[in-house]
Design a protein around this ligand. Structure first.
Ligand code: SAM
Ligand code: SF4
Ligand code: SF4
Length: 334
């Protein structure tokens, strides 16, 4: 049964964080000063098992979820992730995707594909090693991420999308080289405006490079024109190269929020349901899953939570909202 929230938005898209751990320390997501050796990650017993995730995922599909994206932290640091994919791929009519930093993709691509994964999005913030290493903060080289993408393409995890977060003063100079390179490769590059997710990244409005600036920068060399969305509620605004050589996307949640069509729910690694990327608190589904509750009771609880949803954080964003308590990106995975 399709459910809608208080603003008449259905539930279509579920992002599942399978771990709060990561092998990178991106400065805009898990800065080293906070996510250091003593950081208290979720204890194993608190993390949903593959069986618990699959059970919840199936119940979500009863409510109209058509797409599941696995995320993290870094999803590929979760051991045997392909076994989860194999379980999820048994659910019919589901588009199953994964967002990864690409570090472990080359060695996992075949197993992921064989298990039933449809596509991958790979995050890469620059082709310049100096810039990229300064952003991932673990000295990880660009070439290894590109190898991961190649491997994904070879096994047919396509179309590959590449996510680039743009932070002012850090990687704007990488916008054009990235556009040129991935246009030639035929991968869809998506620019993400730097967001005030969580509290640890010290976000400031001035750090955001807007959709307009990104389009202007690329158009100066590679003229662009807008494209219609593929479907209602699509996150990225699409643009195509006027010469017909491909397209890019821009996720402009800061300068052009899209809350009015937001149909996404997020499930954290510890089984909390968040109805917004900027939510103050999640709804505990793990206790319910680990109780005697039937699928129907869990399903009713999800419908109750979604039915009360009022979230539209990005539309209301202002200097006053920046300091509100929020969940960290590494808990709900973007
Ligand atoms: N570790 C995986 C990865 O990096 O692809 C999956 C999780 S990561 C949190 C998901 C996406 O969120 C990545 O593309 C990342 O670049 C993006 N992201 C993280 N922090 C962000 C921020 N403050 N603003 C915008 N995007 C952010
Ligand atoms: Fe890890 Fe992804 Fe966050 Fe970077 S953006 S620290 S790779 S979870
Ligand atoms: Fe959806 Fe919240 Fe983002 Fe608005 S701010 S688009 S409601 S996740």
């Amino acid at each position: 049964m399709t459910i809608t929230d208080t603003l008449n938005r259905p539930l279509r898209d579920l992002r599942i964080s399978v771990t709060d751990r990561c092998n990178f320390r991106c400065v805009y997501c898990m800065p080293k000063e906070i996510f250091g050796p003593d950081y208290a990650y979720l204890p194993r017993a608190q993390v949903l098992t593959f069986e618990e995730i699959t059970r919840l995922a199936r119940i979500f599909t009863y409510h109209g979820v058509k797409k599941i994206r696995l995320t993290g932290g870094e999803p590929l640091v979760r051991k045997d992730l392909h076994l989860l994919i194999a379980q999820l791929s048994q659910i019919s009519n589901l588009d199953l995707t994964l967002t990864t930093n690409g570090a472990l993709l080359a060695r996992n691509a075949q197993a992921l594909k064989d298990a039933g994964l449809n596509r991958v999005s790979v995050s890469l913030d620059s082709l310049d090693n100096e810039v990229f290493k300064a952003m991932n903060d673990v000295d990880f080289p660009v070439e290894k991420v590109l190898e991961g993408m190649e491997a994904a393409q070879e096994v047919g995890l396509e179309p590959i999308k590449v996510n680039m977060v743009v932070k002012r003063g850090v990687n704007e100079s990488s916008i054009l080289p990235m556009a040129h390179y991935f246009r030639e490769k035929g991968y869809i590059l998506r620019f993400i405006e730097y967001m005030d997710v969580g509290h640890t990244n010290g976000w400031r409005t001035d750090d955001v490079v807007s959709l307009k600036e990104i389009v202007d920068t690329i158009s100066a060399e590679l003229p662009l024109e807008p494209l219609d969305p593929n479907y209602k509620g699509e996150v990225a605004e699409r643009w195509k190269y006027k010469d017909g050589s491909g397209e890019i996307g821009i996720i402009s949640s800061v300068t052009q929020p899209f809350c009015s069509t937001c149909n996404r729910a997020r499930l954290s690694a510890e089984g909390k349901l968040y109805t917004c990327l900027f939510a103050i608190k999640g709804h505990d589904l793990k206790t319910l899953v680990r109780s005697e509750a039937t699928d129907e009771e869990i399903s009713n609880e999800i419908a109750r939570i979604w039915g009360k949803r009022t979230d539209r954080y990005s539309e209301l964003r202002s200097e006053n909202t920046i300091d509100l308590p929020k969940v960290e990106m590494s808990h709900i995975g973007g």
